[in-house]
Design a protein around this ligand. Structure first.
Ligand SMILES: [Zn+2]
Ligand SMILES: [Zn+2]
Length: 551
């Protein structure tokens, strides 16, 4: 009997970000993408989140290779963590490779990594998988989708794509290849759902040029452009406007500088040397000649735009006549912080131009009509929407039904749900882990949901420390309990409350053994605080046992 083909989404299905998927046949596994996701507002102290690939850990020997479709963080960011577990060859186009190498070098892993450069149009065998890479246009150059011929049939993975007829690099999505797949017969299509709730067509990147032109013409002083460090196409557009308006530009921040350097070196970013100056030189020049390009469009407080908005940027601040252009779209969930950043930039005295008031940003992802076109070209028997929150996946599924894909052949699933193919039929299989792995300054996966809950409680309601000195022999207190609180209630206004606390603690000490004292006090005080204040501060009881002082 033939083996089953399994498609296991490990990230990016049911969320925007941390895309990762495993394709499995017999003794062979292929990994597609290794992305990260940035934490939501309520995930305190978390730097980023990587996919949970625990499912693959006992199958390490089967993993044959990793394919990375393009250079965005939500497809490349976890490469270091994945390669630590699976030291197998990585396949990527030249620019994607360059951007991956920046990450591997930072993690001290570049020497160990085996990366193979592939090109759109090429074909490569990885185990039993025959992979054809096809070009897709997106907001970073050199992106690919994959046609994967498996023993069970041909499956197509769109990567992130749009159908831009006038892309910045002049290289549109490979329609012909998609149609050719359609002619051959496609078992299953997996396609990008990010914009599934947007009707019509996504505007071409070309609409940004006139908007930049306009903003540049009106700007009196410096122009500060915020964008993602991996939006290489946007760098090219900024450079062109800079040149047309007789200015010079400077990339600000490590990731911007590094990515621009790699993209220029590899020929994906064509900027004349005269246009680029180092930051310190730009800061000495006449403001009306200067363009600065930096990160921080998601309102991250430690980013350059974030620091500029609060007047805490070390090298330079906002000055009168500065124009700030936010060439980006808030990642869902970040809207509030982004709007706060915009308000603060206005407060600092800048003119701020953002997506809502001028087309200084367009999406890199297909809208509904493009999604339908993808489906029409590929004509898949089965359809699995990928890259999106559940609402996007559902919407994409209904578009597929509209164009005639059999509803029974559409699988809307979230991370961790295994999809199986056997004898041309699809079924939804077991569920494997597919949640979050938190990465913070301390390391990977040290932070579980319980730690997150503690951090949330601390941030919301503060903490109370009860310090007890207990006599070793008699079990009585040698001095009155010391109570310290932070972030809970204003201590001076709450004298009565804390007097009651002291009384309660004294009472509990009398009634309970030292061993069970801490947990009793925590429990009782937690109830008491909630009843009195409707808040649940974290309670810590510290007990020190002193030798008896009475004799
Ligand atoms: Zn992307
Ligand atoms: Zn993406």
């Amino acid at each position: 009997m033939a083996s089953k083909l399994k498609i296991v989404p490990l990230g990016g299905l049911g969320e925007i970000g941390k895309n990762m998927m495993s394709i499995e046949y017999g003794e062979n596994i292929l990994i597609i993408d290794t992305g990260i996701m940035f934490p939501e507002n309520d995930m305190l102290g978390i730097d980023y989140i990587i996919p949970d690939f625990g499912h693959l850990l006992d199958k390490k020997h089967k993993v044959r290779g990793i394919v990375v479709t393009h250079g965005h963080e939500d497809h490349t960011g976890a490469i270091r963590h994945v390669m630590e577990e699976f030291p197998v060859p990585v396949y990527a186009t030249a620019l994607t490779r360059g951007l991956l190498e920046v990450k591997l070098r930072r993690g001290g892993m570049l020497d160990k990594a085996e990366i193979k450069t592939i090109q759109a149009g090429e074909q490569f065998n990885i185990g039993p998988f025959e992979i054809e890479f096809f070009h897709v246009s997106h907001s970073v150059p050199d992106g690919v989708g994959l046609g994967i011929t498996t023993p069970a049939g041909l499956i197509v993975h769109s990567g992130d794509f749009k159908f831009d007829h006038t892309p910045v690099d002049g290289w549109p999505t490979d329609f012909a290849k998609l149609a050719e797949f359609g002619g051959r017969g496609v078992l299953a299509l997996m396609s990008d759902s990010t914009n599934a709730d947007r009707p019509g067509w996504t505007p071409s990147e070309a609409v940004i040029d006139p908007a930049f032109d306009n903003a540049f013409r009106q700007a009196k002083g410096r122009i500060i452009i915020g964008s993602f460090a991996s939006l290489i196409s946007r760098m090219a557009q900024v450079a062109e406007a800079t040149e047309n308006h007789n200015r010079v530009m400077s990339f600000v921040g490590t990731s911007m500088v590094e990515n621009a350097r790699i993209a220029r070196k590899l020929g994906y970013l064509d900027i004349p040397d005269e246009i680029i100056v180092p930051l310190d030189q730009a800061l000495q020049m006449k403001p009306s000649r200067v363009v600065l390009m930096c990160t921080g469009t998601q309102g991250e407080p430690s980013s350059i735009l974030g620091r500029l908005s609060t007047g805490r940027n070390r090298q330079f601040g906002i000055q009168p006549n500065d124009t700030v252009i936010l060439s980006s779209h808030p990642i869902p969930g970040n809207e509030e912080v982004v709007h706060r950043t915009i308000n603060r930039l206005f407060q600092q005295g800048a003119e701020v131009i953002y997506e809502a008031i001028a087309p200084v940003h367009v999406s890199g992802h297909a809208s509904q009509e493009e999604m339908k076109m993808m489906l029409q070209l590929v004509k898949p028997k089965h359809f699995i929407p990928i890259h999106g929150e559940l609402r996007h996946l559902k919407q994409h599924a209904s578009l597929a039904r509209e164009i005639g894909v059999n509803p029974e052949n559409i699988a809307v699933v979230e991370n961790g749900t295994v999809i199986e193919f056997q004898n041309g039929k699809m079924s939804v299989g077991e569920r494997v882990p597919g949640g979050y792995v938190f990465v913070d300054g301390m390391g990977v996966g040290d932070i579980g949901p319980s730690v997150m809950r503690e951090r949330e409680a601390l941030a919301r309601d503060g903490f109370v420390i009860i310090n007890l000195c207990v006599d070793k022999k008699s079990g009585t207190l040698t001095q009155s309990p010391e109570i310290i609180s932070r972030g809970f209630v204003f201590h001076r206004d709450s004298e009565e409350l804390f007097e009651q606390v002291t009384e309660k603690v004294n009472d509990l000490v009398k009634r309970h053994d030292v061993d069970e004292l801490s947990s009793r006090i925590e429990k009782d005080l937690s109830k008491f605080f909630y009843a009195e204040t409707k808040r649940r501060p974290m309670i810590m009881v510290l007990t020190s046992r002193s030798p008896s002082t009475s004799n």
